[in-house]
Design a protein around this ligand. Sequence first.
Ligand code: FES
Length: 159
Amino acid sequence: MQSFKYTEENEKKFQKDAKKYPKIDSMMLPALWLVQEQIGWISPEAMAFVAEKLETTPIRVYEFATFYTMFNLKPIGKHHIELCKTLSCMLCGSEDIKAFIKQTLGISPGETSEDGLFTLSEVECMGACAGAPMMSFDGEYQENLTKKKVKDLLMECKK
Ligand code: FES
């Protein structure tokens, strides 16, 4: 198993944040975020690393990492498309947007494009129902989606 450790900078952040928590195992979410910021996903090696840092078991880290959909459990593309699939977005056309992404990039939810540029995920309501259909694109909300809007965004990334 390849080992994982924080970069020097992330180790400093971890140590600084750890001072804010009365118990080290309360650092689970910040510790996982640091991993994802560093390598883009939560690898099994990183889970073992976090378990050791937080003085807990790898299975406990696994439980957290798999419970929250914002954590990626496998490597993702350079750009992460998280398309909302919940009711308001669905009623306003998220299925059409999903079909358009599949037609344009050749990927379904859970897949990464062959060029490694895009990963598509389907997620539950992100609290922006008034802007349905919507998606998070590299962490930024894109609302009132149309095929044209999605196409422009994707093409911009391919430049
Ligand atoms: S249903 Fe899509 S953001 Fe709420």
